[in-house]
Design a protein around this ligand. Sequence first.
Ligand SMILES: C[S@@+](CC[C@H](N)C(=O)[O-])C[C@H]1O[C@@H](n2cnc3c(N)ncnc32)[C@H](O)[C@@H]1O
Length: 254
Amino acid sequence: MDPARGKILDVGTFGLNQSHLPAHDAGPFDPRNLFASPKNSFEMEIGTGKGTFLVQQAVRQPDTNFLGIEWTAEFWRYAADRVRRRELANIRVLHTDATEFCRYWLPDEIVTVIHLYFSDPWPKTRHNKRRVVQDETLRHFHRVLKPGGELRLVTDHVELWKWYQEHAHRNANLFDIKPFLSPESAREGEMVGTNFERKFAREGRPFMAMTLVKRQAPMAARMSSQSSSQSAANGSSIQPNPRSFSRLPDPSPL
Ligand SMILES: C[S@@+](CC[C@H](N)C(=O)[O-])C[C@H]1O[C@@H](n2cnc3c(N)ncnc32)[C@H](O)[C@@H]1O
């Protein structure tokens, strides 16, 4: 897989990898501080791919900071190079597993929108656990979103759509289900206008979408990044999943 087709890519200061993160048990890491205006609204895209949504939307929202998270090295490098060439100061692209990043590093209530477009469907039952949306990730998304913050989901995959619906209904104490509104950067007839969407649209596939809006949750369902990193440090309950870190293909130093 070589999205760059042999071209030399340079992520500059726009591409980050795990070496830029503190140890997982060193307390939360606030990615808003990566930007010149850290008080601006902060959005994340999980599974950035080639970065098409980010580069299209970030120019239309100059007062919002965007963090793209991508675990495939080739796509991370491609997206970060694209951002560097366009000098889009309100985007950074991080090479890591977004679910681990959310769980172990992100502080509470800092994100306005989490974008998750055309996420890998992992159709085999034994692989379903690799899907980004799980009950546990929804609890972490809820924790890191600001009050009223949104998780925006689009897919072409019928089974994954059913999975999203089941998870949304099961976690109705955390999120209200609302219609999906396309971003300003989407072209006419597009949901978002990502690379995969354009490819699937040419194949005539239908798309399904929803927005999950954060509700104020009952205390018992709330969690804090402090408590998860503390329990990891104590060796008690939650530990980073070494399998998922080993899934990361060779993050290259900048
Ligand atoms: C099917 S592609 C879609 C890319 C892009 N969103 C689009 O619509 O064109 C899914 C991408 O998500 C990435 N991905 C899957 N799980 C991830 C995770 N847990 N953290 C970060 N990236 C992930 C994959 O590497 C892949 O590039």
